[in-house]
Write a new protein. Structure first.
Length: 149
């Protein structure tokens, strides 16, 4: 990959993948001790799901897991959009919106994991979703421009 703009467009997506792994580790180091350690995991009944822990663990512990799940939802659209733009010719504005999306997702993660006041989370959701909407529209326009050229 010798195209610097392509790499620049993919960098925010790579950063969000790494951030998701940070949240995974944070979730594990918070939840496992709250459940009673690894020994308790060995005694857990077969077929249990992580969502069942919501009733058993403190909210502050569960918030990390909730955020990790969130990072496997809407960001999948961001990853696809980032690849589309990287392949069809991203511009600086695309990279800027992608970087802003990731920055807002990280702020959202920290807010949800530590404070979790819904009004602020909703504002962050609207902000990063707006970034993704712009990127999606630009991805469609880029695809159409390439198809019609």
């Amino acid at each position: 990959m010798n195209d610097p703009m392509r790499a620049a467009m993919l960098a925010p997506a790579a950063l969000l993948v790494l951030w998701s792994m940070v949240m995974l580790v944070w979730m594990l180091v918070t939840r496992i001790p709250a459940m009673g350690g690894l020994a308790a995991l060995r005694k857990a009944p077969a077929g249990g799901r992580g969502a069942a822990l919501d009733r058993l663990l403190p909210d502050r512990v569960n918030w990390k897991a909730h955020n990790f799940i969130n990072l496997a939802e809407q960001p999948t659209l961001f990853y696809a959009t980032s690849v589309i733009l990287a392949l069809t010719g991203a511009e600086r504005i695309d990279v800027a919106f992608a970087a802003l999306y990731v920055a807002l997702r990280i702020v959202h993660s920290l807010w949800q994991a530590l404070v979790n006041r819904i009004a602020v989370r909703f504002g962050l959701f609207i902000a990063y979703s707006s970034c993704l909407m712009v990127l999606a529209i630009r991805a469609v326009a880029s695809c159409l421009a390439g198809a019609l050229a």
